[in-house]
Design a protein around this ligand. Structure first.
Ligand code: ZN
Length: 135
């Protein structure tokens, strides 16, 4: 069996990253880490560490990006839950063998240099599930 160690982060789709960040930092007193643009996913990301896990604020950098499309359909809010895995290649291979519907069969680049892959909401009870292996 592969090893899932924790909820790595919770992804929150927002229209305005600066405004959303203000809530978490100024109102809740959390500290934001740096921002990063992930060009491949047309998104600007800001991580906010919170205990053993993090919040990931996601703002689209393009009207045709996945986050823009998500907000158009569902509005701002919870977009995905990410679980930390030790070996993403192995986890994906195991899930594929079990017939789990994957969005990504191969890991791709995620913010902060993580390797990430998404599992389809049809397989997970309705949430977009990200698997994340940190450097
Ligand atoms: Zn994420």
């Amino acid at each position: 069996m592969f090893d899932i160690s924790r909820v790595d982060h919770i992804g929150i789709a927002v229209k305005d990253l600066e405004q959303a960040k203000k809530f978490y930092t100024e109102m809740l007193g959390l500290k934001a880490s740096g921002e990063e643009v992930v060009a491949e996913q047309k998104v600007k990301v800001c991580f906010i560490p919170c205990g053993d896990s993090e919040l990931e604020l996601l703002e689209s950098t393009s009207p045709d990006g996945p986050i823009a499309k998500f907000i158009e359909k569902k509005g701002e809010g919870l977009q995905h839950v990410a679980l930390r895995v030790d070996n993403i290649e192995q986890t994906l291979a195991d899930l594929k063998e079990k017939g789990v519907r994957l969005i990504d069969e191969k890991p791709r680049y995620g913010a902060g240099g993580a390797s990430i892959a998404f599992v389809h909401p049809k397989a997970t009870g309705g949430i977009l599930l990200e698997l994340s292996q940190r450097k």
